[in-house]
Design a protein around this ligand. Structure first.
Ligand code: HEC
Ligand code: HEC
Length: 188
């Protein structure tokens, strides 16, 4: 049932910003890698439960944990993705986390249907991402993966859920995003 991949555990994701911008400049030449190879590390993150638990199939409620169990208290996205009137996401998921248990960010709500990733193949994920970020500059795209508050908050994991990766793997991931962008967002 659970086919989601994980690329690692433990470690902290903060305090990487300077390091990432120095290492990105040294990315390997991309010509030798196929579209599938270039996109694989990005797909591995997009398919991680920390991301898929919100980027669920269209019309589906948010999920929790590594096994993607239903969110406690049968939370749904409601009409606007921010939750039903009596259970808005921000009631519990504040702008900033008050502790490690409840992840939080100013944009903690369900993504629009165009960003539903659950159940897609790597090729479909690639095309969907490409459509969403068309028109974004290279810097803006890398910045979203690196600094977006929702991505950063969910990347860390928590007491009942694994981290997306260790900090050193996060640097590699951001380099992989850069290499894919340099290959003109080529898709498998
Ligand atoms: C709380 C739910 C939530 C979680 C968890 C989440 N996202 Fe998102 N994501 C959103 C929302 C809402 C948007 C659209 C609005 C925005 O950009 O803030 C979005 C947009 C995006 C986009 C913009 C383009 C697109 O096609 O979706 C990317 C890239 C993205 N998320 C990556 C990630 C990654 C990587 C993770 C896991 C580390 C993740 N998200 C986890 C809610 C979430
Ligand atoms: C009544 C409080 C409450 C509301 C409302 C709420 N959540 Fe949560 N949510 C939690 C708590 C508490 C946790 C984490 C701890 C646990 O239950 O294990 C959590 C965890 C999550 C996770 C799990 C992270 C992961 O990867 O395992 C996601 C995703 C999530 N919520 C999304 C949402 C979205 C989207 C909304 C609004 C549509 C929402 N939540 C509304 C309390 C709430």
């Amino acid at each position: 049932m659970n086919t989601r991949s994980k690329i690692g555990h433990c470690g902290r994701s903060a305090a990487l910003i300077g390091l990432i911008f120095t290492t990105l400049g040294g990315a390997a030449p991309v010509g030798a890698q196929s579209a599938a190879e270039l996109f694989a590390p990005i797909a591995a993150v997009m398919k991680h439960p920390r991301c898929l638990n919100c980027h669920v199939k269209e019309g589906q409620p948010p999920l929790q944990g590594d096994e993607g169990r239903p969110h406690r208290m049968k939370i749904t996205g409601g009409a606007d993705g921010h939750g039903a009137p009596a259970a808005r996401c921000h009631t519990c998921h504040r702008d900033q986390a008050v502790g490690p248990l409840v992840p939080a960010s100013p944009t903690w709500y369900l993504p629009p249907k165009e960003m539903a990733w659950q159940g897609l193949t790597e090729s479909e994920l690639c095309r969907k991402l490409k459509t969403s970020i068309d028109g974004w500059s290279r810097e803006k795209t890398i910045d979203h993966f690196e600094n977006d508050k929702t991505v950063v908050a969910s990347w860390k994991g928590g007491p009942d859920r694994s981290k997306v990766s260790k900090p050193e793997d996060r640097v590699d991931f951001l380099k992989a995003v850069g290499a894919w962008l340099d290959a003109k967002k080529d898709c498998p």
